[in-house]
Design a protein around this ligand. Structure first.
Ligand SMILES: Nc1ncnc2c1ncn2[C@@H]1O[C@H](COP(=O)(O)OP(=O)(O)OP(=O)(O)O)[C@@H](O)[C@H]1O
Length: 251
């Protein structure tokens, strides 16, 4: 469950003479796998994620989720963007349970899970706070909790920590490692931060721009469970050197 399969995926924006944003991309994610898509601005990372989410159609190729062709968004794939679009008039708890409530899920089904998720993301004490009273990092925690409460089989995360300061970003990376260790959801994580990709992922797929292609798929064999202390280990630095060389086109 939570497997993603992209085969020969291409995307052209604006008709046959338009921009070829992605060209012949093949990526497969196994159940529970954490994959980071790493590449420069404009290489098509968000487009690929949006296609897996079902927000965007493809020009050529096929994308399937758990063996079924992706045709539209669904609660089986939770999406987290750079800014959590929280409902400003609802408090943290109400924002987190909004999805299951709207779907008519019985309260007894979602309430224990939502409480557990709020604890895992460290927001128990902010149960009644309004979004305007939260920091950017806390708003992103609510965004992650809101995605998890739907019990998605995959989390699709598009630069989720891109707008945060360096310190908050580190604590959010640690939080995501803990969340993933707890829920073992498949994760497709888009970033242009090399450290972030290595720290979090089982595999880093490197993309190049125009047209967007995957040039390398590097298994990150650092031991788990991981923590931000791994950022300083020789093995980590070795992966970083390899990826930087690849991104500079040295290989
Ligand atoms: N709706 C659209 N119409 C036309 N061109 C688009 C559209 N969306 C994306 N593109 C183009 O497709 C290419 C890939 O864009 P995309 O946003 O997927 O890249 P990205 O790697 O996620 O970039 P960033 O890291 O800056 O978010 C870019 O050249 C972009 O201009």
């Amino acid at each position: 469950m939570g497997t993603v399969s992209m085969t020969g995926v291409s995307k052209v924006f604006g008709g046959p003479q338009g921009v070829r944003a992605l060209d012949n991309v093949d990526v497969h994610l196994a159940e529970g796998e954490f994959m980071a898509l790493l590449g420069p601005s404009g290489c098509g990372k968000s487009t690929l994620l949006n296609m897996v989410a079902g927000f965007e159609g493809l020009t050529e190729g096929a994308i399937s989720f758990d063996g079924k062709s992706v045709v539209k968004p669904g609660p089986d794939r939770g999406v987290v963007f750079q800014e959590a679009a929280l409902l400003p008039w609802l408090n943290v708890w109400q924002n987190v349970i909004f999805g299951p409530q709207v779907q008519g899920v019985p309260r007894s089904d979602y309430e224990p899970r939502a409480k557990e998720i709020l604890r895992v993301v460290g927001l128990e004490a902010f149960h009644d706070a309004l979004p305007a009273q939260l920091s950017g990092g806390m708003r992103q925690r609510v965004g992650i909790a809101r995605a998890l409460v739907m019990q998605p089989r995959a989390l699709l995360m598009d630069e989720p920590f891109g707008a945060l300061d360096a310190q908050t970003r580190l604590s959010m990376q640690q939080l995501l490692l803990d969340v993933w260790q707890t829920f073992k959801t498949t994760v497709l994580f888009v970033t242009h931060d090399i450290d972030e990709a290595i720290l979090l992922a089982d595999r880093v797929c490197i993309m190049t721009a125009r047209p967007g292609r995957i040039t390398r798929d590097i298994p990150i064999t650092l031991p788990r469970p991981r923590s931000i202390d791994h950022l300083l280990t020789p093995d980590f630095v070795q992966f970083k050197a390899e990826i930087m060389a690849e991104m500079r086109g040295a290989h």
